[in-house]
Design a protein around this ligand. Structure first.
Ligand SMILES: Cc1cc2nc3c(=O)[nH]c(=O)nc-3n(C[C@H](O)[C@H](O)[C@H](O)COP(=O)(O)OP(=O)(O)OC[C@H]3O[C@@H](n4cnc5c(N)ncnc54)[C@H](O)[C@@H]3O)c2cc1C
Length: 538
């Protein structure tokens, strides 16, 4: 049994190049990433909250992790060979945009299905894909620690196996929820353990249909590049279908005084400043607490509502029904629900679901210089020449040095640059569904109306069939599938998505003419030598 670190191998099996071996300790912590196309290992920059991540594991537990991972991968069996029939002149079978947890899980799922020539791209620097090391600002994940993740049914690739092996059997039990940077380290390790190559510093700029194929304009390492693919998965995250939501009353503010929680931002620059936070969701509270921890003089958080909604122990009631948010591993079942139920679930989720973890609230409230303003919508916002922001709030004029918009994300395909050529052809909920009177919702109507394997559908009855080759695995899929797509529960095994891609490539690869020639070809019996001696005269 060997405990050598894994070599990287390319999910695009035709272009695989040997990758450098990594430093063993870094490998176990996932702190080093091999970079496709660069042929280099890059150490991750570590943020100020480093203490919340894994401490360096002991060498013996790191070796134990390597041994058990390799044994379980051996027992799972080698990845099947790429069976997809090559289509001449096409670069990739599948391109996955996004090397975060969703992109990594889907790439691994496709590989285990025998789908080769899969390329994962990410605009981020190596090791910075996803949100966990940049714009997520909470000490621990918001979701329960026991949810399955990207391990595709192989428990030895799951968070628990990784964490317990490195930290001792009782360490997982002692966790409240998963520490954010430990989750980031785990995902890096998962990428290494599954040998998934991500082509970093590569941004999708534009999708152009060419018949049923997709021509992708990329910016790769600063240079323009064009590739073609048969299938495209948009695993580009919460901001991937419209971007950060900046309410109209904040849009006139200059960037120097306005930051959305979706932006990477150096919070140390807020030391000594008066900060206004607009919005009362989880990210708003996390930003407020981070500003206070970095020495902000005062932080004021403003909510339009009369209360802060957080998970309470109150049982569901007719006034506050339990919402079926979809279930881990069975997103496809939520897709089967009638449109009316999916629509109403969405409205309930938007309006009633408790979202801010209690500890996020407590983290901010613990500071004496944190002020919470309820029933406090903003108006008349402006920035003066001396750099102060002025706003009318509940009849008073207030002044801030900096404003943070914790106002979430919007779904608006027309705002997504890479969809510029095609968004008008994509069917939206407002095209396919007429809500009951009183249940209209303009923002919900903007969500794409997706098919069962996350495919876009054409808006018109005829044409734009190429849209069925684009699988939208981002926040925009939430209305069609019930839970925020991209959340940990949604990155588990996605059988219908993987199988549909495999089926489409498989069926397309069958050439009836070749098949017919094969069937009609005369049978040539093999050499009878192995049994000749026993053949009886007839
Ligand atoms: C602040 C915050 C906290 C969250 N906390 C939790 C939590 O605790 N639990 C939970 O279950 N969910 C949480 N979520 C929701 C969700 O799980 C995360 O957003 C998660 O990171 C989604 O993973 P993903 O891989 O789908 O997308 P992301 O992690 O966002 O990764 C998308 C990747 O796509 C890349 N990309 C985007 N556009 C392009 C392009 N044009 N070209 C190339 N690359 C591109 C980005 O660089 C990024 O690396 C949180 C979300 C946010 C925003």
């Amino acid at each position: 049994m060997t405990d050598e670190p894994h070599r990287q191998h390319d999910s695009n099996q035709d272009t695989a190049e040997p990758q450098p071996l990594m430093d063993r300790r870094a490998f176990f912590r996932g702190a080093s990433l091999a970079v496709s196309g660069l042929g280099a290992s890059t150490l991750l920059p570590l943020g100020p909250t480093r203490a919340l991540a894994q401490d360096a594991p002991r060498v013996d537990t790191a070796e134990q992790l390597a041994t058990q991972t390799q044994r379980s991968l051996r027992w799972a069996g080698a990845d099947p060979a790429n069976w997809v029939r090559t289509r001449a002149g096409v670069d990739h079978n599948v391109v996955i945009v996004g090397g975060g947890q969703s992109g990594l899980a889907l790439a691994y799922g496709l590989r285990r299905k025998g789908v080769g020539r899969v390329e994962v791209i990410d605009q981020a620097e190596p090791g910075q894909a996803g949100i966990w090391r940049n714009i997520a600002r909470m000490p621990q994940l918001r979701t329960p620690k026991t949810l399955p993740g990207p391990e595709q049914g192989n428990p030895s690739l799951g968070f628990r196996a990784w964490y317990e092996t490195l930290n001792g059997p009782s360490a997982f039990d002692a966790l409240d929820r998963i520490p954010r940077l430990a989750w980031a380290d785990y995902l890096s390790w998962f990428q290494q353990a599954t040998g998934t190559t991500v082509r970093y510093r590569t941004r999708l700029l534009e999708i152009e249909p060419v018949g049923d194929l997709l021509r992708l304009q990329l910016e790769a390492e600063g240079a323009r590049r064009t590739v073609t693919t048969r299938k495209l998965i948009l695993a580009n995250g919460f901001a991937g279908a419209g971007g950060a939501n900046i309410p109209g009353f904040l849009r006139a503010l200059p960037a120097r005084v306005l930051t959305h929680t979706a932006q990477p931002f150096d919070f140390t620059t807020l030391a000594g400043k008066v900060v206004g936070v607009v919005g009362a969701g989880s990210s708003a509270f996390d930003a407020a607490a981070t500003a206070l921890e970095q020495g902000a003089k005062e932080v004021h958080l403003f909510s339009r509502r009369a209360y802060i909604d957080y998970p309470s122990v109150a049982p569901p009631s007719p006034a506050r029904p339990a919402v079926d948010r979809g279930h881990a591993n069975v997103l496809e079942l939520a897709h089967e629900l009638p449109d009316t139920v999916r629509w109403r679930n969405h409205l309930l989720r938007e309006n009633r679901v408790a979202s801010v973890p209690l500890d996020s609230i407590q983290r901010a409230v613990a500071f004496k210089n944190f002020y919470l303003h309820l029933n406090s919508p903003w108006s008349d916002v402006s920035a003066s020449r001396n750099g102060k922001v002025t706003a009318k709030v509940a009849g008073k004029t207030r002044r801030f040095d900096h404003v943070i918009a914790g106002t979430g994300y919007r779904i608006d395909l027309s705002a997504q640059p890479e969809l510029a050529r095609i968004h008008e052809s994509i069917a939206l909920w407002r095209d396919r569904f007429q809500p009951a009177p009183g249940e209209e919702d303009g923002a919900a109507g903007q969500y794409p109306y997706l098919d069962a394997a996350f495919q876009f559908l054409p808006r018109a009855a005829a044409g734009a069939e190429y849209l069925r080759n684009i699988h939208c695995f981002n926040l925009a899929a939430t209305l069609s599938f019930g839970i925020p797509v991209g959340d940990v529960p949604s990155v588990v095994d996605q059988p219908r998505l993987i199988t549909t891609i495999a089926r489409d490539l498989y069926v397309e690869g069958v050439d009836p003419a070749v098949h017919q020639r094969f069937i009609q070809a005369p049978l040539t019996p093999p050499d009878p030598a192995p049994y000749q001696r026993a053949v009886q005269p007839g």
